[in-house]
Design a protein around this ligand. Structure first.
Ligand SMILES: [Zn+2]
Length: 249
């Protein structure tokens, strides 16, 4: 039977192809998808790992930082031997070990108003794994304007937040509707507040799950909601929020 997938791919993705929601057609969509990950740290590590394993054909990754020793307890793409190397270079190498066929584009840049268009223009799906609100708000405004799919993650201490915005389809609230004023950067500062490693893996993998659902046309039920998790109480709460008047959206 010709299902348009190579024998290697049928074998490699066998356990997800048998899923009713994936099938050969869904796997082809995943192989043809392009996803950009902003930030190659605690969230960018699990996102790039799980999306490359799933077969996302083209992955872009933007981060200007180098690996340091204090990253390794939570940033799962890095080992002690990677200290001092650019994160995007290490991630690209690891993805190629997972699957040499994945095309990886790296951007050694901090996203700003000047370069955002150039970096984001080829991607419809944007995963935010940045650690500051300036970047998150910039991505929010750009993705509203250009009708992109944006998945925002944030982690601190034992807490994680997840937002899904499909600006292409749904007139739902945006990130600024939730955080009307820019929260102080310490809110997300792992250096100042600390963070437990598993919360990065959990939020990052939830972001990947939302990416795959979007590629497979499975509706996200996080529109107009934020998912708030706490790993001490083991609570996962979905909290609805409303569109604000006079917001950027
Ligand atoms: Zn808004």
């Amino acid at each position: 039977m010709n299902i348009g997938l190579s024998e290697e791919n049928i074998d490699r993705y066998a356990r997800q192809i048998i899923l009713k929601n994936v099938g050969p057609t869904g796997q082809k969509k995943i192989l043809n998808a392009k996803v950009l990950i902003i930030g190659g740290g605690g969230l960018g590590s699990p996102v790039s790992d799980s999306l490359s394993r799933a077969g996302v054909g083209r992955i872009g990754i933007a981060d200007y930082d180098k690996v340091n020793l204090s990253n390794i307890h939570r940033q799962s793409m890095f080992s002690s031997e990677d200290i001092g190397k650019y994160k995007v270079d290490v991630i690209k190498k690891k993805i190629k070990l997972i699957n040499p066929k994945i095309k990886v584009k790296t951007f050694k840049k901090k996203i700003n108003k000047k370069n955002i268009d150039k970096i984001l223009k080829d991607y419809e799906i944007i995963v935010d794994g940045s650690d500051n609100f300036e970047t998150k708000f910039l991505l929010n405004e750009f993705c509203i304007k250009h009708k992109k799919f944006l998945i925002v993650g944030a982690i601190s201490k034992f807490d994680g937040h997840l937002f899904v915005f499909n600006f292409n389809k749904i007139k739902a609230p945006c990130l600024r509707c939730f955080y009307q004023n820019m929260p102080p950067d310490e809110t997300l500062n792992c250096e100042a507040n600390g963070v437990i490693g598993p919360v990065a893996g959990i939020i990052g993998n939830l972001q990947s799950n939302e990416v795959l659902k979007n590629i497979l046309n499975i509706k996200s039920n996080l529109n107009s909601n934020i998912l708030i998790i706490n790993l001490i109480d083991l609570t996962f709460r979905k909290v609805k929020f409303l569109k604000k008047r006079n917001c950027v959206c």
